[in-house]
Design a protein around this ligand. Structure first.
Ligand code: AMP
Ligand code: GLY
Length: 443
C-alpha cells in the first residue's frame, strides 16, 4: 500500500458549480469533482472512501494510469492499466498487436515517424485515412473524401502532424461499409459480449454536417443489427476475444474492463476501425438498461476473473438513444443557457442521462455547458417503438438545442441495409477481388 501526498492538488479542485451534474448527484451519497485524469487527485478520495472497487469511465484516466495508482492502494478497478489501455491510446499499438498475433481485421496500414516513404505509401493505397498515433478524443483522424480528396492534401496533413515533437502518424487504407460498435466485458481471460450498437457520428439528419462525439444510437431486440449477419457478429466478437488473449500473452497482464471494438462491415468482411478501452458514449446507454444481470456482479466477476461462471443476460428489447446538444455544437456549443426538460410521470421505458449540464433541481435552472447535454433512451419491443419514446422526449426539450430526428427511424435503417446489400452484391470478378485483397480470411 502506498500513501500519496495530495496537498498540491487541493487548489486544483474545480468549482463545484461548474462540473456538478444533477444525474450523478441523484445517485451519489458523497461525491467530489476535480481532475479525474490526475491519479493523485483520484487516489486522495479513494483513500478517504476506501471503495470495494472502482469503475473507470473515460479514456483520459485510463491513459493517465489511474487504475495502476488505485491498484497500489489495494483498490481493484474495472478498467485496464495504463499499459493495457494502449489498445485505445495508440492506434499503431492496436494495429500491430492484431498483426503480430495473426488476428484478422486490419486494413492495410503503416506507421510513420518521418516523411520517408509517406508519399509513396499514400499513392500505393489510393484512398487513405491519416490518424495521429495518440489519444485525440476522436479528433485528428482525417478521411479521404470527408476531409481531403487529393494525395497532396492528405500528405500535407500528415506532414503537419509529423512536424510536432515525437509525433507519429498511422496511414491506412480507407474502408467502405457500415460501422458498428461491439462492446465486451473482459476479465483478462474470459470475454463476454454485449449487444452490437450503431452510433451516428454526424450532427444532422441524413448523416449531414460535421462529425460529433455521437448524436445517438440504437440496438435491436434480436441482439443483432439489420445490416449484419450472425457471421459478422461472430467475427467481430472473435477479434475482441482474441485481442484480450494477445495482450495477456504479450504483456503478461490481464485486461480487466470493457473492450469496445469499433468495427466496419465491408464487402469483404469485418474490419476493425479502432479499439476503445471503455464503454462507448452513447453506446453504454443502449446496452446497460437491458442488462438483466446485476452490474455489481459483473464488475466483481471481472475483478476476480470469473466471468465464465456468471450468466450474463440482456433483455430482448430494442433501444434508441438520442442526444440533445446545444446549438453551435460541436465547435461552439452555446454555454450557460437555460434549458427545460419534459416533465411527466416517470416512465419505465424512458431513461434520461445528463451530460454537459449544470444546475437543476435545488441548484437552480438546468443550464447547458457547451457539449452533448442530455440523452434520452427509449426502450421498446422493437426499434420503432423505442424510437417514438426517445423522439417524443427529445423533441420536448425547450431551449437553444437540437437533436437528430432520424436516428432509429425505419427510413434511416433501411438506408443502411440498402448500402450494405449494394456493397455485398457481387460487382467484380472474384479473381480480381481476391487479388486485391490484403486481408487474412477468418477460419
Ligand atoms: P477513429 O478515431 O479511429 O475511430 O476514427 C474516427 C472515424 O474515422 C471513424 O469512426 C470512421 O468513421 C473513420 N475512419 C477511421 N479509420 C477509417 C478507415 N480505415 N476507413 C474508413 N473510415 C475510417
Ligand atoms: N461512441 C464513440 C465513443 O464512445 O468513442
Amino acid at each position: 500500500m502506498e500513501t500519496l501526498d495530495n496537498s498540491k492538488y487541493e487548489k486544483e479542485i474545480l468549482s463545484l458549480a461548474d462540473v456538478d451534474n444533477i444525474g450523478l448527484r441523484a445517485h451519489s451519497k458523497e461525491f467530489e469533482c476535480g481532475k479525474t485524469d490526475d491519479p493523485a487527485f483520484v487516489a486522495k478520495y479513494a483513500e478517504l472512501w476506501r471503495p470495494d472497487f472502482a469503475v473507470i469511465g473515460p479514456e483520459e484516466p485510463l491513459a493517465a494510469g489511474v487504475v495502476d495508482t488505485l491498484a497500489k492502494l489495494g483498490i481493484p478497478s474495472v478498467g485496464p492499466s495504463e499499459k493495457l489501455a494502449r489498445l485505445e491510446t495508440s492506434k499503431s499499438f492496436a494495429r500491430q498487436i492484431l498483426e503480430r498475433h495473426g488476428i484478422p481485421g486490419n486494413p492495410l496500414f503503416r506507421r510513420f515517424e518521418t516523411r520517408d516513404g509517406l508519399r509513396e505509401y499514400m499513392k500505393e493505397l489510393g484512398q487513405f485515412v491519416v490518424k495521429p498515433d495518440g489519444l485525440t478524443g476522436g479528433k485528428g483522424v482525417k478521411v479521404w473524401g470527408d476531409h481531403f480528396s487529393t494525395l497532396q492534401d492528405g500528405y500535407d496533413y500528415a506532414s503537419e502532424l509529423l512536424s510536432k515533437k515525437r509525433a507519429a502518424v498511422v496511414v491506412e487504407e480507407k474502408l467502405e461499409g457500415e460501422e458498428f460498435s461491439f462492446q465486451s466485458f473482459s476479465d483478462g481471460t474470459n470475454v463476454v459480449h454485449m449487444i452490437p450498437v450503431q452510433d451516428h457520428k454526424r450532427l444532422l439528419d441524413a448523416d449531414e454536417g460535421p462529425n460529433t462525439g455521437g448524436m445517438g444510437s440504437y440496438t435491436c431486440e434480436d441482439h443483432c443489427l439489420p445490416f449484419l449477419t450472425s457471421d459478422d457478429l461472430r467475427d467481430a466478437g472473435r477479434i475482441n476475444h482474441d485481442v484480450v488473449q494477445a495482450l495477456r500473452s504479450e504483456l503478461g497482464s490481464e485486461y480487466k474492463g470493457i473492450v469496445y471494438g469499433g468495427f466496419i462491415a465491408t464487402r469483404s468482411g469485418i474490419r476493425l476501425i479502432e479499439f476503445n478501452a471503455r464503454f462507448g458514449d452513447p453506446e453504454a446507454m443502449n446496452v446497460l438498461p437491458l442488462l438483466e444481470t446485476d452490474f455489481i456482479d459483473v464488475c466483481e466477476a471481472i475483478i476476480s476473473g470469473t466471468l465464465n461462471e456468471l450468466d450474463i443476460r440482456f433483455s430482448h428489447k430494442a433501444t434508441v438513444c438520442k442526444y440533445v446538444v446545444p446549438e453551435g455544437y460541436p465547435d461552439h456549443g452555446v454555454d450557460d443557457v437555460e434549458i427545460s426538460l419534459p416533465v411527466g410521470p416517470a416512465a419505465p421505458n424512458l431513461r434520461t442521462y445528463y451530460g454537459a449540464v449544470k444546475g437543476g433541481g435545488s441548484r437552480g435552472p438546468l443550464k447547458l455547458t457547451g457539449s452533448r447535454a442530455v440523452a434520452f433512451v427509449g426502450i421498446g419491443s422493437n426499434v420503432d417503438e423505442a424510437e417514438r419514446i426517445a423522439e417524443s422526449a427529445a423533441s420536448k426539450v425547450v431551449g437553444p438545442v437540437q437533436h437528430r430526428k432520424d436516428i432509429g427511424t425505419k427510413a434511416l435503417i433501411q438506408k443502411r441495409v440498402g448500402h450494405m446489400s449494394r456493397l455485398r452484391a457481387p460487382q467484380r470478378p472474384l479473381e480480381e477481388v481476391q487479388e486485391n485483397s490484403s486481408h487474412r480470411k477468418f477460419a
